[in-house]
Design a protein around this ligand. Sequence first.
Ligand SMILES: [Ca+2]
Ligand SMILES: [Ca+2]
Length: 119
Amino acid sequence: MPPVARADLVAVFRDMMTAIDDDGDGRLSLAEWREATVGGGSRAGRAIPIRLSLRGSAESVFRELDGDGDQVLSFAEFAREPLANFDCLDADNDGIVQPAEGEARTTRCASVEATSPAR
Ligand SMILES: [Ca+2]
Ligand SMILES: [Ca+2]
């Protein structure tokens, strides 16, 4: 595993969000989210992280991610979990996760992520 920069991770999620955001308003509505995560829509199979779609229905995951409950996902909400996980892995907070950091802390961070309440 090569070093991963936080900026690169942000860019990946921005691209992903742009691909899903049909009306281009910079937020994801439940309809846009469903089309991206549920089979059958024109966006089926798009770049939604697989683990999200495995965690429950598209709708329950959407609600979980929608921290402020306004029925749309901002970029911060959309990318909160992967970025939080990155920050957990980034032991020295330099914005880059080195292979050693990732390997040493994957287990710890996975459990942190699983038990931390949605904010
Ligand atoms: Ca939108
Ligand atoms: Ca929201």
